[in-house]
Design a protein around this ligand. Structure first.
Ligand code: NAD
Length: 264
C-alpha cells in the first residue's frame, strides 16, 4: 500500500528517544522529510544519521527545540518552512511521567507534567495550524496514552494531560475538518525500550528501565490479551497510518495501541 508520504514534511517532537525515534525512522523509511524537534541534540543527531541511511529518499534534520517554550516552538516551525517549505504532518510525541501517588507529588511535578504533556501540544498545534489552514491540508497525530482513556494508578496528573490531548484533538478536528486537516491521537499502553542506546538523556526511561526488569515485564504481559507488551514500532506504525492519506477520512479519533488492554 502506498501511503503517499514520500516528499512530505513531518515534524516529530521528542524524536530522539524510544517511541519518537521509531516514529522518525518510520517516516524516513516512507521517504518523508523528517524534523526531529528535541532538547537532546546528541541523541537526535544519532537518530537523524540512522534515518538518513535508510534510503527512503527524504532528508532528516534536527532542530533543537524545547517544546515547553512557545517562542522556541514558533522559531522551529519557521525554520522547518525555510528548509522544506510546506509542513504536512505534525507528530506531538513529547511526554513525561514520574510514577508517584498523587498525594506524594509536589507541585513542581504537576507543573512539569502539564508543561511537557499538554502545553507543548497546544504550542505545537498553534504554530503549525495556520499554515495548514492556508494550504488546505494537514495531519496532526498526538501521542496520548491509555492512561488518558481509562486512568492509571500513580499517574493522575499525567492521565489528566493525556485526556486533555484527546479532548483538544477532538475539538480541533471539528474546527479544522473543513480545511482538509485531520487530527487524531494514538494511545500506547506500556512500551518498554529495548535498549539504553535508544533513549535520550532526558528520557523518562532513564529511571524506568531499572524498574521494568524482565520479571516485571513478564508479569505485566499477563494483563494483555495479546500476551505481550507494546513496541515503539507498534505506535510508530499507527502514527504513520493516521498521518497518511489512506486515513484521510479518519479524524477526531483516539486509537488504542495496547494489545487489547482496554476496549472502549
Ligand atoms: N513508553 C510508554 O510506555 C508509553 C505509554 C503510553 C504513552 N506514552 C507516550 O509516548 C510518548 C513517547 O514516550 P517515550 O516512552 O518514547 O518517552 P521518552 O521519555 O523516552 O522520550 C521523550 C523524548 O522527549 C524529549 N524531550 C523531553 N523534554 C523535552 C522538551 N522540553 N522539549 C523537546 N523534547 C523534549 C526527550 O529528550 C526524549 O527524546 C510520550 O508522549 C509518552 O507519554 C509512552
Amino acid at each position: 500500500m502506498d501511503l503517499e508520504l514520500a516528499g512530505k514534511t513531518v515534524i516529530v517532537t521528542g524524536g530522539a528517544s524510544h517511541i519518537g525515534r521509531a516514529i522518525a525512522l518510520a517516516f524516513a523509511r516512507e521517504g518523508s522529510n523528517v524534523v526531529i524537534a528535541d532538547i537532546d541534540e546528541g541523541q537526535a543527531h544519532k537518530v537523524a544519521s540512522e534515518a538518513n541511511t535508510l534510503g527512503g529518499g527524504g532528508k532528516t534534520i534536527v532542530i533543537r527545540t524545547d517544546v515547553t517554550d512557545q517562542r522556541e516552538v514558533e522559531a522551529m516551525v519557521g525554520r522547518v518552512s525555510d528548509e522544506f517549505g510546506r509542513i504536512h504532518v505534525l507528530v506531538n510525541n513529547v511526554g513525561w511521567v514520574l510514577d508517584r501517588l498523587f498525594l506524594d507529588q509536589p507541585r513542581e511535578d504537576w507543573e512539569k507534567a502539564v508543561n511537557l504533556n499538554l502545553w507543548s501540544v497546544i504550542y505545537c498545534m498553534r504554530a503549525v495550524l495556520p499554515q495548514m489552514v492556508e494550504n488546505g491540508y494537514g495531519r496532526v497525530v498526538s501521542i496520548s496514552s491509555e492512561a488518558g482513556r481509562v486512568g492509571e494508578y500513580r499517574e493522575a496528573v499525567y492521565a489528566a494531560c493525556k485526556a486533555g490531548i484527546i479532548g483538544l484533538t477532538k475539538s480541533l478536528a471539528r474546527e479544522m475538518g473543513r480545511y482538509g486537516i485531520t487530527l487524531n491521537s494514538v494511545c500506547p499502553a506500556l512500551t518498554v525500550p529495548s535498549s539504553e542506546e535508544e533513549i535520550s538523556e532526558h528520557s523518562m526511561w532513564k529511571l524506568g528501565l531499572q524498574f521494568f526488569t524482565a520479571e516485571t515485564q513478564e508479569k505485566a504481559k499477563r494483563l494483555y490479551p495479546l500476551r505481550r507488551l507494546g513496541t515503539a514500532e507498534d505506535t510508530a506504525n499507527a502514527a504513520v497510518f493516521l498521518a497518511s492519506d489512506v486515513a484521510s477520512f479518519i479524524t477526531g479519533q483516539s486509537l488504542s495501541v495496547g494489545g487489547g488492554v482496554t476496549m472502549i
